[in-house]
Design a protein around this ligand. Structure first.
Ligand SMILES: Nc1ncnc2c1ncn2[C@@H]1O[C@H](COP(=O)(O)OP(=O)(O)O)[C@@H](O)[C@H]1O
Ligand SMILES: [Mg+2]
Length: 288
């Protein structure tokens, strides 16, 4: 673990030294921030609450959430192993994103099954415990959609139709918490690669942000080393969290992915998931 983290740190430091931007040239705002004219018209807390209210609510079942390892779901009772680690992740993500004025976070990994969707849901429910933080989660792993199944939601029209500009977010959003909404997919999309590169994506995301003023949008992405879907999209986000699977993902894979991502966006960190030999936090703690 220490070795892996030291190696990640070393690779990152070397890359940062080679590509360090001039701090004066990097204003602390999202490049996707609305233009000042629309920002001045933008939502205060009451208008935002008003906009979120019509979004369909649903109540995931606690047993289903436990089965899917969503340890941050429960709002009362004893802390589950791993929950504290996600609290720490939430704090770090919020601090970093707020400090930089970032709003859009993509979660990806080198290979499949590293735990992207599990991390996405845990981070989302952890964020929702902060009442003032509004989060929208969008599923973009459209070849292997899984969030709806994990949450136990059934539906027909997927979030792919929103990014195609064919449907409104409001028509299909589901909201398990007053301040947490999802855009889900219920079947594999027709042409995921083309969709993620389509010129309709940027305007669709901007419309959602203008209407619902989320503090964060989180995108559950496909794995990077399987196809180009993620790299085709990351130009649309402010930052990325890379999830690695302890014991499976190699250092080389992490390094290749981090380098490719860093060329297009900000890499927030690498989260080492499934660390079985961590003592107290049940394998979610290796965020660096
Ligand atoms: N920390 C963990 N410990 C054990 N199993 C995990 C952990 N995180 C995820 N999993 C399991 O690994 C599998 C893949 O997780 P998933 O989140 O769907 O990965 P991805 O979205 O990267 O494909 C699921 O069965 C999930 O329950
Ligand atoms: Mg997934």
């Amino acid at each position: 673990m220490d070795k892996i983290q030291a190696a990640i740190g070393k690779a990152r430091a070397a890359r940062a030294a080679a590509t360090a931007p001039d701090p004066a040239s990097a204003p602390p705002t999202s490049q996707f921030a609305p233009d000042p004219a629309s920002a001045s018209r933008s939502t205060g807390p009451e208008q935002r609450a008003e906009a979120w209210r019509p979004l369909a609510t649903f109540a995931p079942k606690a047993r289903q959430m436990a089965r899917q390892r969503i340890v941050t779901f429960a709002t009362t009772g004893q802390s589950l192993p791993g929950e504290v680690a996600f609290g720490v992740l939430r704090t770090k993500v919020l601090r970093e994103m707020r400090a930089n004025g970032w709003k859009r976070l993509a979660i990806t990994s080198p290979g499949a099954n590293c735990g992207k969707s599990t991390v996405t849901l845990n981070l989302a429910f952890s964020l929702a415990k902060q009442k003032d933080v509004h989060t929208i989660v969008a599923e973009l792993d459209m070849r292997r959609p899984s969030l709806a199944k994990m949450l136990g939601v059934k539906g027909k029209t997927g979030f792919d139709t929103v990014i195609e500009g064919k449907a409104d977010f409001a028509s299909l959003a589901v909201r398990p918490r007053p301040n947490l909404a999802f855009g889900l997919n219920y079947s594999r999309a027709q042409s995921p690669a083309e969709l993620l590169q389509s010129p309709t994506v940027g305007p669709a995301l901007a419309r959602i942000e203008a209407a619902y003023a989320p503090d964060l949008m989180i995108f559950d992405m496909p794995p990077m080393l399987v196809n180009d879907d993620t790299l085709a999209f990351v130009g649309q986000v402010d930052c990325v969290l890379l999830v690695a699977e302890a014991g499976t993902t190699s250092m080389r894979e992490i390094d290749v992915c981090e380098r490719d991502l860093a060329a297009q966006t900000n890499v927030l960190g690498v989260l080492l998931n499934k660390c079985r030999y961590m003592e107290k936090n049940d394998g979610y703690g290796g965020y660096n």
